[in-house]
Design a protein. Structure first.
Length: 259
């Protein structure tokens, strides 16, 4: 019978312990539950913390699962499956909205476009699959940063560069916007990434209710806002509803159930 590596077994047992029961546990609780000396448990925790698998709450000193586990878990869902599930729904979204529809996922501190449906008119358009968009100003990026802890941690490491004169570069202001995104379930961009262009995005969840991507529509500000608005106008409620319906449909196809 093949020999096992004790330190790996202990690390796996520790992660399972943090995954069940209380959300956060102290060092004494962990050591007692695992039958380990505090020094041994502390060494395991520090190693896992360095790798991002465990995080320590600054105020309580207790430990919880880290964001790196979410990244690994999300890799279980193949991007090709996500794209396949979204094909019909994003086609419907482009047709219903009259605008370009996109599907994006987190990738190397940005948003990777993995699917793009052209605006349903006769205009000349460029396929944007494979483009990497910024997290901090695009509607897709803001949705991912609001719902995905890994995306949020990557955003914290990025410089908030001004792409246009409407790009939010103040970190506190951006954090407030992400709270609003979580509260209402969608994100918008009015000229913050491209002059005269607006976008609306909503999150896609898998069967574990984990955020695995986002869908969006993008078009000229005058078509995307109420009454053909200015750059500070109100985004169209009809388009917001269409994007959210698309995101819910893709999520249900991925097993997220009704929400």
């Amino acid at each position: 019978m093949a020999r096992t590596i004790q330190s790996v077994e202990r690390a796996a047992a520790l992660l399972r312990l943090l995954a069940g029961g209380e959300r956060r546990l102290g060092l004494s609780d962990i050591a007692s539950a695992m039958g380990l000396a505090k020094a041994t448990a502390h060494g395991l925790l520090r190693t896992l913390q360095r790798e991002g698998f465990v995080e320590q709450d600054e105020r309580s000193g207790k430990y919880q699962l880290g964001a790196e586990l979410l990244r690994l878990g999300n890799s279980y869902l193949d991007v090709h499956e996500l794209r396949a599930r979204a094909l019909v729904w994003t086609d419907d979204l482009a047709r219903a909205s009259g605008e370009s529809a996109y599907l994006g996922v987190l990738h190397h501190g940005g948003v990777l476009l993995v699917h793009h449906v052209f605006r349903p008119d006769d205009s000349r358009q460029v396929l944007e699959i494979g483009a990497l968009l910024p997290l901090h100003c695009t509607a897709l990026g803001k949705v991912l940063s609001a719902y995905d802890p890994v995306a949020h941690s990557e955003l914290a490491e990025l410089e908030l560069t001004a792409v246009t004169d409407r790009t939010v570069t103040d970190r506190a202001e951006l954090e407030k916007e992400l709270v609003r995104v979580r509260d209402r379930g969608w994100a918008g961009d009015l000229g913050g990434t491209w002059e005269g262009v607006a976008s609306i995005a909503a999150p896609v969840f898998d069967r574990r209710r984990m955020p695995v991507g986002a869908v969006a529509v993008t078009g000229a500000v005058e078509r995307m806002t109420v009454a053909g608005g200015a750059a500070d106008g109100e985004l169209s409620p009809r388009l917001i509803a269409a994007v959210r319906d698309c995101a819910r449909s893709v999520s249900r196809d991925l097993g997220a159930g009704r929400f």
